[in-house]
Design a binder for this molecule. Sequence first.
Ligand code: FE2
Length: 385
Amino acid sequence: MRHLCLLVLLAASLAAADPIYVTAFRDPCRAIEVHRLVLANEPVVPLTVVVGGVERQVPAVSVALPRTDWVVHRALVDGLAPATEVTLRFPGTTERVRTLPADLARPLRIATGGDTMHKPEWLAATAKALSARDPDFVVLGGDLAYEDGKNGARVVTWIQTWVASARAPDGRLLPFVSCIGNHEVQGSYGGDITKAPYFYAMLPLGGSATHAIDIGDEVSVILLDSAHTTPIPGPQTAWLAEQLSKRAKRPSIIPIYHYPAWPTVKVSKGEKDPTGNRVSKLIREHWVPLFEAAGVRVVLENDQHTYKRTVPLKGGQPDPGGITYLGDGAWGVDVRRIFPGLTWLAKGAEVRHGYILDIHAGGRIAVTAVDETGKDFDSVDIPAR
Ligand SMILES: [Fe+2]
């Protein structure tokens, strides 16, 4: 029996190999957050960071993953230079990562998508397809592990699968961020941080799912919460207005949230098409006018498990100067049938996929849709405003 226990423990530690994942919620050009998934009885040790042959130690803290045998050891690494290769070392594991460039001398490449893991092999397939394009950064749209705020084992599987598959062609880890989705939350909508214990533990969110992330002087990514743990009207909308006004001169501001303003599948009771959804209406009422006033040209949406590209929309109508909404969350999930006759849809497909956004100096964004096998199947060029 004792031998069997030892074997099981050994197998568990070998399978996990202490995966390290890297996020960048603060300043992806100069700061990263490094997380080591370990069994809860492992001592907390500092992270060793090596840049240009110079080593330093960064203290780690332990964060519980409730009702699992696992914890995350988290180290916040600051004071890095942009576009710099960094070696990360915890006992038994060495990884590399690269900070983001602070200028757009070459286009910044972001990979994005949401609704990532009905099945781990589907998470891995799209992660590999997008990673093969050598992105600088990954921006996820929520519904990562489908643990519903309850099933911690799925979060552990998500981390292990992500670390194994989201790697650039040179093997380095890809830094990522994510907004929150309904499957992170007990009850899906109208909750608070206590209803999403795993999401707020696995990511360094500081108690808020809303973040404005600046990448150099031209690009910002705005992570929003489509009513899962933060209401849409009120403080979140006020915060969004303030963040957008502070960034008025930036050519590329990219909001991302989970439930879409322009959904493609789900029809609420008593409504005639998907746009009648309560959350969608709130987003169109409170956020979209702010996006339009701020010169936003592309918005990332998720949740519906389809491929969606809208025509550019302004005030709810087609307008060449409007916003293109990209979605609709089908990285690693069963895809759904698109609701017929949506006049604002430029392209729809029932296919697992992610996007590559190449963000150029001055604001042009070249968008490529990549399916889970690595094939391009749609593209659009979004001009500067
Ligand atoms: Fe969802």
